[in-house]
Design a protein around this ligand. Sequence first.
Ligand code: NCD
Length: 309
Amino acid sequence: MNDFFQKDIISVRDFDKAKFESVFSATDKIIKMDPTQRREIGRGKTLGYLFFEPSTRTRLSFQAAMALIGGTSLGIADMASSSTKKGESLADTIKMISIYSDVLALRHPLDGSSRFASEISEKPVLNAGSGTEEHPTQAIQDLYTIKKEKNKIDGLKIGIVGDLKYGRTVYSLLYALSNYDVDIRLISPESLKIRADSIYEIQKKVSLKESTNLDEYIDELDVIYVTRIQKERFPDEEEYQKVRGSYKIGLDVVGKMKENAIILHPLPRVDEISTDVDSTKQAKYFQQAEYGKFTRAALLGLVLNEAGL
Ligand code: NCD
């Protein structure tokens, strides 16, 4: 039996290096597989999704992944059109979707929402973003991208830039990277520094340095992971205005980077990376989004099939 069969995926903290590596090899297999054989993996299975926050890539890549393995998807992305609007509880909504599907993907603005869903759902729950807490399937795709584009993860110097306080992808990425031998640089405005309590444990495992100045590290980094300032999570719009546009990756910044460094971003971008960077060889964020379809197909395949892929 594979480790993921009928299991929830709520937090990257439940993963060790071997688990990551098994998802990566399942992803490699999915990519190489003959399409007819691939469609057998999810045949007759349904993904149910519930998105209480906006999404483009995560939801579409989950649906595309399910289609790739021959399954179908159903769900709600506009909660105003669901019975939530009539006052139905989150618990009942989750219960319903779990009755109509074989596996669930949930995005919700509250920390702890996916854990809660997993207690109610009759089917495995995949966390597609819970508050400012975690976004595990994004971290899996991020690590897979690094591995494919840099041919390794161990030994790299990785800079994470932007909103380190509210960005949930940042926390999942950090927890994931703490399984590897990496050097991490955290670059953010003073008011958006990483939440110290959340990284207390991983500080013991990886080397971390913080700065407000991207120039301090730009020429040493192998990977630059840029994030959006999470406007919607600020308690006060004025505070957002003070930090908006703090870091802008333009061609001038790319010019300071190592020749073979790569730029990642979970997307959506607002103004953190200028569009003229898109055509540079360092820009890998669209490739990263594409890998997301395959890593999610691998995860779904592992969760739905006892024998694995
Ligand atoms: C991220 C998220 O929802 O946390 N988006 C994504 O899933 N790729 C990042 C963001 O919204 O900035």
